[in-house]
Design a binder for this molecule. Structure first.
Ligand SMILES: Cc1cc2nc3c(=O)[nH]c(=O)nc-3n(C[C@H](O)[C@H](O)[C@H](O)COP(=O)(O)OP(=O)(O)OC[C@H]3O[C@@H](n4cnc5c(N)ncnc54)[C@H](O)[C@@H]3O)c2cc1C
Length: 328
């Protein structure tokens, strides 16, 4: 077992991201049965109250890197702080999340430490040599590459919603160590963070996504998807065609140049299934496609396909979902 394994937890607006717990689940799987060896780093300012939860989800030690300089995420300051921590605890493996923050931070950390990074990993196995064999999709998901990393630490970003977290146990506790690191300052200062509309779920984190493409015909029709998403407790996504047309914000775009999502359910409405779209959603657990063209490529990867007019079908599904909800 490579030890120790360091997980870089992510905090947003005073809460730990679900993916932090998934990283811990993956690290625990790697640490196999051992009670030690999984460390978590929590960077920010005033995050003390969040640290115990990382223990409940499998960290045996939490390094709280708390500094006013880390209050706002900055790749420069965060990478510098992490380098300080890594030099202190010398982990063999570091897991970050393949979220926008993890994708930003991991290469910078790798460059500072002089090691390569495997990004967007969907699986790994431990080889007899103690090195990881990592699986990651390449060519927009058309192929899976298996890679071995040279050097130590082995750094990987893990795709959200793939690795199951442990069920939390309050009896599982972590030693919490507050550490200060030198030089965690940034030349660029974040002045303002613009939030998405209140209550709007981020597609990258949603377990259910109802997505619409060019087949929606215009922005005025997306209320149909919003109603279905609300009935199912999910978020609304979009294809690039819909985003390029200005119907939906770029933050909703799923695909190669948008977000990579792995929800439990992905409902594609009026989306043809171009390779660049599939690159962002083909690892969803269940895919439902609604398209009036029976030859649409999306049907090749859909678990359930409905050939028909989405303007008739979506309201019917919404009505059924609402009925089911009212029985619960
Ligand atoms: C470098 C690069 C990066 C890209 N990145 C992305 C990306 O990140 N994400 C992305 O999505 N795309 C991306 N694209 C674009 C991609 O190639 C496609 O052009 C895009 O995904 C098409 O979007 P769409 O499926 O909504 O539209 P279309 O391909 O036009 O499909 C619309 C579908 O709606 C169906 N339809 C029409 N009316 C109805 C109706 N009433 N009921 C039911 N079905 C109906 C049609 O049958 C059709 O299948 C990228 C392209 C390039 C070159």
């Amino acid at each position: 077992m490579p030890s120790p394994i360091l997980v870089v937890a992510e905090e947003r607006e005073g809460k730990l991201n679900k993916v932090s717990f998934e990283l811990l689940g993956a690290a625990r799987r790697l640490a196999e049965g051992s009670s030690g060896g999984v460390m978590a780093a929590l960077l920010g300012s005033g995050l003390e109250a969040l640290a115990p939860a990382l223990g409940h989800y499998g960290a045996s030690r939490v390094y709280l890197v708390d500094s006013p300089a880390l209050a706002q995420y900055s790749p420069e300051a965060y990478a510098q702080a992490l380098v300080g921590l890594v030099q202190k605890i010398k982990p063999e493996v570091i897991f970050l999340s393949a979220t926008s923050r993890g994708r930003d931070l991991a290469p910078r950390l790798g460059a500072k430490l002089g090691v390569v990074v495997a990004s967007d990993c969907t699986d790994f196995t431990l080889q007899d040599s103690g090195r990881l064999l990592i699986t990651r999709p390449i060519f927009a998901g058309k192929a899976l590459a298996q890679v071995r990393l040279k050097g130590t630490p082995q750094i990987a970003t893990l795709r959200p919603n793939i690795f199951p977290p442990l069920s939390p146990e309050t009896s599982r506790t972590a030693a919490i160590e507050k550490i200060t690191v030198e030089g965690a300052t940034a030349r660029a200062v974040t002045k303002e963070v613009k939030k998405a509309a209140a209550g709007k779920k981020d597609v990258a984190e949603a377990e259910i996504i109802v997505s619409g493409g060019r087949g929606m015909k215009g922005p005025e029709n997306y209320h149909l998807l919003e109603e279905l998403a609300e009935a199912l407790g999910g978020a609304v996504g979009a294809s690039r065609a819909a985003v390029d047309a200005g119907w939906r914000p770029h933050s909703d775009q799923v695909g190669q140049t948008g977000k990579t999502v792995t929800p439990k359910l992905y409902v594609a409405c009026g989306i043809s299934g171009a390779i660049q779209h599939l690159a962002g959603m083909k690892t969803a657990k269940y895919i439902v496609a609604i398209n009036k063209d029976p030859e649409a490529p999306i049907f090749k990867i859909a678990d359930y396909g409905i050939v028909g007019d989405l303007f008739e079908i979506v309201p019917l599904i919404t009505a059924e979902a609402k009925k089911l909800k009212s029985y619960q």
